[in-house]
Design a protein around this ligand. Structure first.
Ligand code: NAP
Length: 340
């Protein structure tokens, strides 16, 4: 009998997750019922939000977190291997949220068909998927950058940050990244076209940003919170916009973090706004149209960090939260027939 593999949530971590908080399990490949499809996962997306989904209670989108013993949640790209649905045929590629498992059965709800001729299918989890869409709505709708303004983005070499910086360049801004380590900073400047990048691990962020932003900061796209947010707020201009996208430096924290000094927010009449990408589904068609065009034109580049094998997902998620990924972190669950 053919077997499938899945990863279950086994423990609720305090602080950094451990591999013991997960359980890898083999089971028979599920049988699709009438109107259903059987999916073979090709890529699984690993994302920082998954740390929050390991906690007790509802997630920030209001959906319940997995119970202990449930399959971990996650975005996927899969191939339809069997179908009695009238929407999908065997051989179709789809993206959905099938979780940390090699095979799944679906009614088709929440699945979107992909065309491998227009872009590599893995991009549906990165630059042309949720992280790219997060960059698009967070920067364009909440950050509202104007040509000539200075935009700073943290976690600049990551999935969201790398797209934010390039979109800000497309909009005619001066763009400064903040990232951990020399290799990531070099990549952001040389490959992605940012104007400069501050290495928060080896430089004093406030001093380096002050030098890199002689006209102050108009938009700060925050992916990390913590001391970087604190340093940036000391340099913001009047009417600055600060989209709060993520606080990855705090996801494993066991103590409440110290907030930034709010004085510069008041004095500069700054707008600080948290946002969650799933509230902005009405912008998806605009995002796909614009981002696909930018990718094809070479204005929006992306880097993938692919780890082989679903059994390695726990370690790869722990590493992502430590900054070990360099680009969009994906698990290759099984072979990608569209990639030679
Ligand atoms: N609001 C939303 O709807 C939404 C949607 C998607 C993502 N997000 C958020 O966006 C942020 C980026 O997500 P992503 O998917 O693009 O992940 P990513 O940037 O590809 O990977 C996470 C990165 O965070 C950085 N990091 C880890 N620990 C850090 C620390 N202590 N201080 C500073 N940086 C640290 C690391 O980069 P360095 O090596 O450079 O430190 C790491 O590579 C996350 O906060 C995520 O939760 C929010």
């Amino acid at each position: 009998m053919a077997t499938s593999r899945r990863v279950l949530l086994k423990g609720r971590p305090v602080g950094e997750p451990r591999v013991e908080d997960f359980q890898v399990e083999d089971a028979p490949v599920p049988e699709p019922g009438p109107g259903q499809v059987l999916l073979r996962s090709i890529y699984l997306s690993l994302d920082p939000y998954m740390r929050g989904r390991m906690n007790e209670g509802p997630s920030y989108t209001g959906t319940p977190n997995p119970a202990l013993g449930d399959v971990m949640v996650g975005g996927t790209v899969s191939e339809v291997v069997q179908s009695s649905s009238d929407r999908f045929a065997a051989g179709d590629f789809v993206t959905g949220a099938e979780g940390w498992r090699s095979h799944s059965v679906s009614s088709g709800a929440g699945l979107r068909k992909l065309d491998p001729k227009t872009a590599p299918i893995s991009t549906a989890l990165g630059v042309l998927g949720m992280p790219g869409m997060t960059a698009y709505v967070g920067l364009l709708d909440i950050g509202r950058p104007k040509s000539g303004e200075t935009v700073v983005v943290s976690a600049a070499a990551g999935a969201v940050g790398s797209a934010v910086g390039q979109m800000a360049k497309i909009k005619g801004c001066r763009v400064i990244g903040v990232a951990g380590g020399r290799a990531k900073c070099e990549h952001v400047v040389k490959e992605l076209g940012f104007d400069a990048c501050v290495d928060y691990k080896s430089q004093d962020v406030y001093t380096a940003l002050k030098l890199a932003c002689p006209n102050g900061i108009d938009v700060y796209f925050d992916n990390v919170g913590g001391p970087v947010l604190d340093a940036v707020t000391k340099l913001i201009n009047r009417d600055a916009r600060i989209p709060i996208c993520g606080l990855v430096s705090e996801y494993n924290a066991t103590e409440p973090p110290r907030g930034p000094n709010l004085r510069p927010i008041l004095f500069n009449r700054a707008t600080v706004r948290g946002f969650i990408v799933s509230d902005h589904a009405d912008r998806f068609a605009d995002f796909i149209r614009d981002a696909s065009r930018w990718v094809q034109a070479g204005q929006l580049r992306y880097r993938e960090d692919i780890v082989e094998g679903i059994e390695n997902a726990p370690r790869a998620l722990i590493g992502l939260l430590r900054g070990e990924n360099f680009g969009k972190r994906l698990i290759r669950v099984s072979s990608d027939p569209t990639r030679r």
